[in-house]
Design a protein around this ligand. Structure first.
Ligand code: SAM
Length: 243
């Protein structure tokens, strides 16, 4: 599994370099980032070009001024910069990524955008470098599928959320059991396919970590007519207040 993570990191180093040179691309080649045109127009072109997500977590996150937010696998920073605007000067957004080139790109985009209420952290979403109960909201865009140990990711999210906090992610789900040759392919992992799990497994993992009020919604409308092995989805869950 460690080798899968090394391949993922290598692929995203290359993706960050390409994004800086010629513009990015999504996990899924047909992906069109579902962001409002006026939101995209207000962002640095480099952040938009580097977008590699499969949705827009802000659709379901309902971020409020003053909140503290953590974006898991923040890539070129698109969702961090959008969230920073939503939470305003009294709030704060952390972006966490394990890939050095992505962090460099994200910090460049932050500087270009003139955003001061955001901070990028280097680390693994399976060992989040923040204390317990540090954030109000965890967002993520097409990243949790890449983790070989999703139960550990869900436990870490639960730990860093304050009681009453929420998780709002865009991710890909498997439509059914994936063939072993796909599961064993590091390239298919890095392409956000092999690590996808079915909705029932995603829900069960969140429940094991302690989450409640789990809601799974369809992602990109164009996925409905696609018959690939995965489908994008929005996943929302709450950390109970009394736990
Ligand atoms: C598909 S890209 C998505 C980037 C960003 N969320 C977006 O929407 O543009 C996946 C990102 O997750 C990061 N990543 C993958 N696995 C990770 C892990 N275990 N810990 C931290 N970051 C990870 C990669 O370095 C990459 O930047």
């Amino acid at each position: 599994m460690t080798s899968i993570k090394a391949v993922i990191q290598d692929r995203y180093e290359q993706a960050a370099q390409r994004a800086r040179a010629v513009g990015g691309g999504c996990c899924a080649s047909t992906c069109r980032p579902p962001y409002a045109a006026e939101d995209l127009a207000a962002l640095p072109a480099g952040a938009v070009a580097a977008s590699m997500g499969c949705g827009n977590p802000a659709f379901i996150a309902e971020l409020r001024p003053g909140e503290t937010v953590l974006d898991l696998g923040s890539g070129g920073a698109i969702d961090v910069l959008l969230a920073a605007k939503c939470v305003g000067p009294g709030g704060k957004v952390f972006g966490l990524d394990m890939t050095g080139e992505m962090l460099t790109l994200a910090r460049e985009n932050q500087r270009t955008a003139g955003v001061v209420n955001a901070e990028f952290l280097e680390g693994d979403i399976e060992a989040i470098p923040l204390p317990d109960s540090a954030v109000d909201v965890v967002i993520s865009n097409c990243v949790i599928n890449l983790s070989p140990d999703k139960d550990q990711v869900f436990r870490e999210i639960f730990r860093v959320l304050r009681p009453g906090g929420r998780l709002a992610v865009s991710d890909v789900l498997a439509r059914g059991p994936l063939p072993e040759e796909i599961r064993a392919s590091p390239d298919a992992w890095a392409a956000c396919v092999a690590g996808a799990i079915e909705e029932s497994a995603y829900r069960a993992g969140l429940e094991r970590a302690g989450f409640t009020e789990i809601v799974v919604l369809p992602g990109r409308p164009e996925d409905a007519s696609d018959c690939g092995p995965t489908v994008s989805a929005y996943i929302w869950a709450a950390k109970p207040r009394s736990c």
